[in-house]
Write a protein that binds this ligand. Structure first.
Ligand SMILES: [Zn+2]
Length: 321
């Protein structure tokens, strides 16, 4: 019985894809997204890459395709609405067109949501309800409750990066003041650095340095760099306390490039979580880094397709798995 699903992680720069079977990731590929050539050209190259992957995997045919896309997704049609990192797909009926190009049922979900579903299905949160934070250029989020993604009627469920960290604080990319993303993302840290330098603070880090440079400096004991990671950690601790209060989850998975700097943020995050969360024991909350890393979103996209194709078929697959 066919139980292989195609997962596609559509990024602004690269597109990653993989065939996900009962044993996990069976084959993977990647190609440059090249947004300048437009969506039709991307779909052609995607279809060719999928053919190549299926041949490599011994001629299998996936049962359906899941696409992880940045930005807000209009459900249930799977249209990508305004995404700052993916302007070429703005308003594009991605699920429909990808389904046509691949000859498969195709489903689209937000990339951080797919990340969470990937970790829940195959990774650090296997079989457990989980909140996922992807710490990268921004802060993505995904919430799995009762084994399902929480998106809600507005579609904005799980946008944990846009919960409040600092009332009246720095302006986030979304335009609101004080979001978690304005502190615990690469963009947030770079902004914090620029503001500290403008106030005359001293640091070994050059102006305009990347978040990894800042992490290295903090690791070597640079006081300012260390302080900025404390601010990022404090923002995360507040978000974790909120997650515990509104969903009661005891597992938080951190992904994205900046999650490698988690040890620099952990003490402040843990202290803030303990201060903010009194209704349950904060020590019951596990905070771990991703197991699947770069594969999480595409594996979650495959799991999403399988869930959506769902119904009796989904249950059958569930019994098998
Ligand atoms: Zn925001």
């Amino acid at each position: 019985l066919q139980d292989t699903w195609l997962g596609i992680d559509l990024g602004g720069t690269n597109t990653k894809l993989g065939l996900v079977g009962p044993e996990g990731l069976a084959a993977r590929g990647r190609f440059a997204t090249r947004q300048d050539r437009g969506p039709a050209d991307w779909l052609e190259r995607l279809a060719a890459e999928v053919d190549r992957l299926c041949q490599k995997a011994g001629g299998c045919r996936p049962a359906g395709a899941g696409l992880a896309s940045p930005g807000v997704i209009q459900r249930p049609r799977g249209v990508v609405l305004t995404s700052p990192n993916l302007p070429a797909m703005d308003g594009f009926p991605l699920a429909e067109e990808a389904g046509r190009a691949l000859g498969l049922a195709a489903f689209v979900e937000n990339d951080a949501n797919c990340y969470a579903l990937g970790e829940h299905t195959y990774g650090a949160g296997r079989g457990r309800d989980v909140a996922c934070f992807t710490l990268g250029t921004g802060v993505g989020g995904g919430l799995i409750v009762g084994g399902r993604l929480v998106v809600g009627a507005l579609g904005s469920g799980g946008e944990l990066g846009h919960t409040l960290a600092e009332p009246g604080g720095r302006t986030c990319g979304c335009g609101a003041p004080g979001c978690v993303e304005a502190y615990a993302s690469a963009t947030g840290l770079k902004g914090l650095l620029a503001e500290a330098l403008a106030r005359g603070r001293q640091t070994v880090v050059a102006p305009g340095a990347e978040a990894d440079d800042l992490a290295r400096a903090a690791g070597r004991g640079d006081p300012l760099a260390g302080e900025l990671f404390l601010l990022a950690g404090r923002a995360l601790g507040r978000a974790f306390a909120n997650v515990a209060a509104f969903a009661g989850l005891d597992l938080i998975v951190l992904g994205g490039g900046l999650s490698q700097a988690w040890p620099l943020m952990e003490p402040a995050a843990r202290a803030e979580l303990a201060d903010r969360l009194r209704i349950v024991d904060p020590a019951l909350i596990s905070i771990v880094t991703s197991e699947l890393g770069d594969d999480a979103a595409l594996m979650g996209a495959a799991a999403f397709a399988r869930q959506q194709a769902g119904g009796a078929k989904g249950e059958l697959h569930g019994q098998q798995g």
